[in-house]
Write a new protein. Sequence first.
Length: 118
Amino acid sequence: VQLQASGGGLVQPGGCRRLSCTASGRTISSYNMGWFRQAPGKEREFVGGIRWTGVNLYYPDSVKGRFTISRNNAKTTFDLQMNSLKPDDTAVYYCRALNIYNGDEVSWGQGTQVTVSS
């Protein structure tokens, strides 16, 4: 599956932003989906994930209560709603798909920049 991330941009502190990840080549119904981010000079960090069933959601403490993940298997989209943004949220955000039948199949989107600044 090929992934295309979009929605990044400049946001003021306290603002919100919605990122989207659109899949092509096949649907995402057989994939666990995740969002990651990488700030300059830092390692890539997991910021949320959702299983192929859409039932289980996972968030690290750094974003819990502020970020929400949703997926639409029929539309092959996977979104990250970010609220109450902080300057520390500034990073390039990447979406990832992990095939539930083949753990070796991992696909990454190209990344979209989110900058939180006044």
